[in-house]
Design a protein around this ligand. Structure first.
Ligand code: HEM
Length: 418
């Protein structure tokens, strides 16, 4: 890898400073990311603690899967914050719970937490979900058809993931609304910075989540079903893989990890189709190419825009030494648009043949729910296009959630043209 100019590392020369919080960045991060990847692929974010931002496909892939990096140390930082705020309430329940989430764990704990459920997430096991997801897609589409209009996020993108992952876990339909409210609060854990009030709200949500799953697990113990929670409870009663706390934390983590990312994926993908009518038309005429098309939609506007990694030892990236403990923000969004990996990366090409996008990450933490999320997208997009082939964007004014890690629309009004 060629060393890069120090001045450019500082972001002081040819490129504007990176500001993930700008409204214009949120509206179109890709034009900023392109400049940064070209001029400062290792970008130092100035601040009290050194932080780095990397954007090239090969670098991002190497760092997120490298065994000399740890995942984000948020549980540790939250514990420190908790010590500081004694007297203003505490964040004990939240910090204990996220310390049990596999996404913040290193091997061997990570392997212990993840392995019991990998079988359950395999395409073979999950293929039994296909007809159920299709049934749910059909009834959501029937509801908007009856209404004659669609705000895609509220009418479909919020609903389908919660229905699907609740089915997977064995959560009853009467609880979908409250579960959605909790995931919507807890997802802020993946954002930064967060206010104390927001951490306190997440702490309260975690308490409610714990109480809820304690009751649900007791029910499953009495009367099991074919959901993931029953499976984990039975396995754990026999093999004692998780502590009680880990089992509870795993339930709330799974449902949170599944919800906002999949909701954002659906919104970003439908927006991309509406903004590229020729591609939308092509997919309508080629529904059998949906697998390929979904990969391209994931590449083009990935819901998870960045992941954090922290070197465990001194590392050298592009000639720059990075010390253990310095945070590296790895941009999946920029990597997925790297011309060194993808031809014409800024073009949405649903027929793209070579597409090793990293929207679901790479390495041991690769998304466990990737197959399920893809399935939801494949069934939904084909059914939508079959039902409303002429649908159009109803407004150019779009607003995005402020989360800098998860890129998702707040609303997406669509003219169904029926
Ligand atoms: C399009 C939707 C989704 C996207 C883009 C997405 C993306 C990701 C990414 C990038 C990671 C890697 C995190 C890292 O390396 O630090 C991840 C991890 C994870 N995802 Fe997803 N995800 C999606 C849907 C889902 C669904 C539906 C589920 C569950 C039903 C799920 C469960 C998980 C879990 C449990 C992890 C942690 C894996 C580990 O740490 O070993 N995700 N996801």
């Amino acid at each position: 890898m060629q060393p890069i100019n120090r001045k450019l590392i500082d972001g002081e020369a040819a490129i504007p400073p990176l500001n993930l919080y700008l409204k214009s960045y949120r509206e179109n991060p890709y034009k900023y990311l392109k400049e940064i990847r070209e001029h400062a692929p290792l970008y130092e974010i100035k601040g009290p603690n050194p932080e780095w931002f990397i954007t090239r496909y090969e670098d991002v892939k190497a760092v997120i899967s490298g065994n000399n990096y740890s995942v984000d140390d948020l549980p540790y930082r939250l514990l420190k914050k908790n010590d500081l705020i004694k007297g203003e309430g505490n964040l004990n329940v939240l910090s204990d719970a996220i310390a049990d989430w596999m996404i913040f764990a290193q091997p061997p704990e990570h392997t212990r937490l993840r392995r019991p459920m990998t079988r359950y997430f395999s395409p073979r096991e999950l293929s039994r979900m296909t007809h159920l997801v299709q049934k749910d897609v059909d009834s959501l589409i029937a509801a908007v058809r009856e209404k004659g209009e669609m705000e895609f996020i509220a009418d479909i993108a919020k609903k389908l993931p919660i229905i699907t992952s609740s089915r997977l876990l064995g959560i009853p339909p009467e609880d979908y609304d409250i579960i959605y409210k909790w995931t919507n609060c807890l997802v802020d854990i993946f954002d930064q910075p967060n206010t104390l009030e927001s951490y306190q709200a997440m702490n309260q949500t975690t308490i409610e989540f714990r109480e809820y799953f304690t009751r649900l697990i007791a029910t499953k113990r009495k009367r099991g079903d074919d959901g993931l929670i029953s499976y984990l409870v039975a396995l754990n009663d026999e093999e004692h893989i998780y502590s009680d706390d880990e089992l509870l934390a795993t339930c709330s983590f799974l449902i949170t990890a599944a919800q906002e990312s999949t909701e954002a994926f659906m919104g970003n993908s439908v927006l991309a189709l509406l903004k590229n009518p020729d591609q939308k038309k092509w997919l309508s005429s080629n529904p059998d190419k949906i697998t390929m098309a979904v990969e391209e939609l994931l590449r083009y506007d990935p819901p998870i825009q960045m992941l954090v990694r922290i070197p465990l030892t001194e590392v050298n990236i592009m000639g720059q030494t990075i010390q253990p403990g310095e945070r590296i923000l790895t941009s999946l969004a920029a990597a997925n648009r790297d011309p060194a990996e993808f031809d014409e990366p800024d073009v949405l090409n649903l027929a793209r043949a070579k597409n090793n996008n990293i929207a679901f990450g790479y390495g041991i933490h690769t998304c466990i729910g990737a197959w399920l999320a893809r399935l939801e997208g494949q069934l939904l997009f084909n059914s939508l296009l079959a039902s409303f082939p002429d649908m159009e964007l109803a407004s150019d004014k779009l607003s995005w959630y402020p989360n800098v890690f998860i890129r998702g629309l707040k609303e997406l009004p669509v003219n169904l043209k029926i």
